[in-house]
Write a protein that binds this ligand. Structure first.
Ligand code: NAD
Ligand code: UDP
Length: 337
């Protein structure tokens, strides 16, 4: 298949491009590089020995999207990663988030319709499960969000579901849990700008000495060690999940919602200790107050992904910690953007 990856230069997009190329598909990316570097796809091309073209353009601009559809006709399917993703920033700049994350989908769908492209896989998030208490989270549970970023995912799910019905599209909505890790080569990985918000990139910068210590946000949650529990998934497993979703979507009209997680919850201190053990390092940390908006526990029921897509996560927490550090160690300044 010839696949368009919006946001393909980003963390998950670049790993997915790599897996698509390895599986014999073509991967064309459209990215405005607002949170990424063109270097990621150059490295994907080096690793795979295959071209990984990048069109620099904005997914909210119809002419930019159409240029790619024209130049690379026929595009068989789209994986729609493009979006802003910082939860805290979405609270202070909601309009930027609603505009970018929704307009990009509207524009993409219009151009897809014009070029008769019917298959789309969308990057959604476990954040749409809101404050559900019952674990593990199943795709049929009620949804609702606690911040504008989450609502953009929720609204995009709605838009895509309605358009699938009306326009005869094949849609798979993937609800990611917590992607971490990096490709085993250490050549591509997560490259956040500024001080990281997320746990693993923060830990990596503490390990490299860039940051002094980790703040563990709360140790009074109702969890075994009191720290927050999440379902961390290796980004290469996640990328392989996209491949499975794409191959499923290609000949299944309608909409399916699928969790991509491992089904296992690990606490912040589990991550700290596994990272230390896997990499032979000591991580200084302090217990800090809870971070506003955080929930205690969040993990997936991944059984639908196995049943529908024949996919399950294969890599362990040790793999995730080792590969995250390998990327950070080899690229202390990320892609140097
Ligand atoms: P990322 O920021 O690394 O990748 C997103 C890419 O989209 C970036 O390269 C950015 O430059 C690009 N982009 C943003 N707006 C654009 C626009 N209007 N036009 C063109 N390109 C644009 O983030 P990621 O971690 O790779 O996430 C990919 C997708 O998965 C996002 O939609 C994100 O919300 C979603 N997601 C991520 C996580 C996570 O923890 N990383 C969890 C759940 C869902
Ligand atoms: N966390 C932490 N210190 C940090 C960043 C995160 O203790 O510097 C905790 C956070 O409270 C949550 C878990 O790590 O319990 C995962 O947070 P992250 O931001 O990576 O993902 P989230 O699940 O919140 O999207």
């Amino acid at each position: 298949m010839r696949v368009l990856l919006t946001g393909g230069a980003g963390f998950i997009g670049s790993h997915t491009a790599l897996k698509l190329l390895e599986a014999g598909h073509e991967a064309i990316s459209l990215d405005n590089l607002s949170n990424s570097s063109a270097e990621s796809l150059k490295r994907v091309s080096q690793i795979t020995g295959r071209p990984a073209p990048l069109c620099v353009g904005d997914c909210t601009v119809e002419a930019d999207v159409e240029r790619v559809f024209r130049e690379y006709a026929p595009i068989d399917a789209v994986i729609h990663f493009a979006g802003l993703k910082a939860v805290g920033e979405s609270v202070s700049k909601p309009l930027d988030y609603y505009q970018n994350n929704l307009d990009s989908t509207f524009t993409l769908l219009r151009v897809m319709q014009k070029y008769d492209c019917r298959t789309v896989v969308f990057s959604s998030s476990a954040t749409v499960y809101g404050t559900n208490q019952e674990m593990p989270l199943r795709e049929d549970f009620p949804t609702g969000c606690t911040n504008p970023y989450g609502w953009t995912k929720w609204m995009n799910e709605r838009v895509l579901t309605d358009c699938a019905k009306a326009m005869g599209l094949n849609v798979v909505l993937l609800r990611y849990f917590n992607p971490i890790g990096a490709h085993e080569s250490g050549m591509i990985g997560e490259d956040p700008s500024g001080i990281p918000n997320n746990l693993m990139p923060f830990i990596c910068q503490v390990a490299s000495g860039k940051l002094e210590r980790l703040n563990v946000f709360g140790n009074d949650y109702p969890t075994p060690d009191g720290t927050g529990v999440r379902d961390y998934i290796h980004v290469c497993d996640l990328a392989e999940g996209h491949l499975a979703a794409l191959e499923y979507a290609a000949d299944h009209p309608g909409t399916e919602i699928v969790n991509l997680g491992t089904g296992i919850g690990y606490s912040v201190l589990d991550i700290v200790h596994t990272f230390e053990k896997a990499n032979g390092l000591t991580l200084p940390y302090t217990i800090a107050p809870r971070r506003p908006g955080d929930i205690a526990v969040c993990y997936a029921d991944p059984s639908k992904a196995e049943k529908l897509l024949g996919w399950h996560a294969r890599r362990s927490l040790e793999d995730m910690c080792r590969d995250s550090w390998n990327w950070q160690k080899n690229n202390p300044d990320g892609y140097g953007k």
